[in-house]
Design a protein around this ligand. Structure first.
Ligand SMILES: [Ca+2]
Length: 381
């Protein structure tokens, strides 16, 4: 290509403000990291495969004043942005409405870089947050599940944002965190991020690190080695920010240009193994003697994930062999990952075996190779 031609092409590209034929890396490429998930909010609505809503006005553990709804008035996607709008309006015995979305049950990650480009709302009583909760939240509760607040802002501190963790022994106002200054947070978009490694979490604004935590820095258990899901919300009022006042302007808008999740290549591999893989932890057949002289065999199985944590709601399928050949052959694991299956009563004594043939659960693969054994046997005299 001649000099004149290339200059002409560049000028043309500049004029048209489009990609032309000049090859360039996507703007989300990041050296040393693999983009594993992103939402650029380019569609018409939120993708239900990625996001779900928290709905309600019960204060959310913080005496918050808003009711969260899934109405487009409060949560919508427009012009390439996720908009969460806090409004002053009566709604089911609340005086404010707003929105809170999350990837719970849909997307969760262990370690990585989590970032959102956001323009924040402002004013007394306003409390936007971009944060994460341990995916085992429903089983172990808060704060045992762990909470990582990537960005929180309360309106009465107009140019300050906070990064915090909450875990067992350091939750609520005892959370461990730090803040930094972002003078134009309500006027400009900034990228708020954490980089979360095994044994270290770092907080960033526009790639500038302002805070770092290691297991030694928290006065309790380090609960950040398992999957976490993402949340974005805009609260009104609550214990920390206090209520809005006459100076607060409504509506307020939290604008999110994108959310991107990166992992280092080794993390991507680890996550694939760790998330959604399960195996049989234990299988034991025992005997129950009935009053009428018959007996029943009872097979008790545990289903575990790759970390050894119990997997609830897994379907265990198997079969009876030996002295008893009939009985329950399928069941669902409970919250402790345990399922118990009973044979039919029998008078005939002898050897009985229960073998698991399959374990299924949506989003999980059954790693049979990880089982210590698939069957257990007892002899009934
Ligand atoms: Ca966007």
């Amino acid at each position: 290509m001649t000099y004149t031609k290339s200059v002409f092409l560049l000028l043309l590209c500049a004029l048209l403000l489009v990609g032309c034929a000049v090859p360039s890396a996507p703007e989300w490429e990041r050296e040393g990291w693999t983009l594993v998930w992103q939402d650029e909010f380019e569609g018409e609505t939120l993708d239900p495969a990625d996001w779900t809503f928290d709905i309600g006005g019960h204060g959310w553990g913080n005496n918050e004043l808003q009711a969260y709804t899934d109405r487009p008035e409060n949560v919508r996607v427009e012009d390439g942005l996720l908009i969460i709008e806090a409004r002053e309006e009566p709604f089911v015995r609340r005086n404010y409405t707003s929105g809170r979305i999350k990837t719970q049950g849909l997307r969760a990650w262990t370690y990585g870089r989590f970032e959102a480009r956001m323009q924040l709302p402002y004013g007394n009583g306003i409390w936007p947050a971009f944060w994460m909760l341990g995916a085992d939240f429903t089983e172990v509760g808060w704060p045992a599940c762990g909470e990582i607040d990537i960005m929180e802002h309360i309106g009465r501190e107009p140019i300050r944002i906070h990064g915090t963790v909450h875990g067992p022994g350091y939750s609520g106002s005892g959370g461990v965190g730090h803040y930094t200054t972002v003078p134009d947070l309500a006027e400009e978009f900034h990228v708020y991020a954490i980089e979360w490694d095994p044994e270290e979490i770092r907080w960033y604004v526009d790639d500038l690190e302002y805070f770092k935590l290691t297991p030694e820095s928290v006065p309790g258990t380090w609960v950040y080695d398992h999957p976490f899901f993402l949340l974005i919300n805009l609260a009104v009022g609550g214990n920390w920010p206090g209520p809005p006042d006459d100076s607060t302007v409504f509506p307020q808008f939290l604008k999110v240009d994108y959310v991107r999740v990166y992992q280092r290549p080794d993390m991507v591999e680890a996550t694939a193994t760790e998330r959604g893989v399960m195996h049989l932890g234990d299988i034991a057949v025992s005997v129950e003697e009935n009053a009428d002289g018959t007996w029943q065999a009872v097979a008790k199985m545990t289903v575990l994930d790759a970390d050894g944590n119990p997997v609830a709601d897994a379907r265990v399928i198997g079969g009876w062999v030996g002295a008893i050949r009939r009985g329950e052959t399928e069941g669902q694991t409970d919250a402790n990952g345990i399922v118990t299956l009973r044979s039919e009563p029998s008078e005939r004594r002898g050897e009985v075996t229960f073998c698991v043939t399959n374990v299924t659960r949506a989003g999980f693969t059954y790693d049979k190779e990880a089982n210590a054994r698939n069957c257990d046997k007892i002899t009934v005299e």
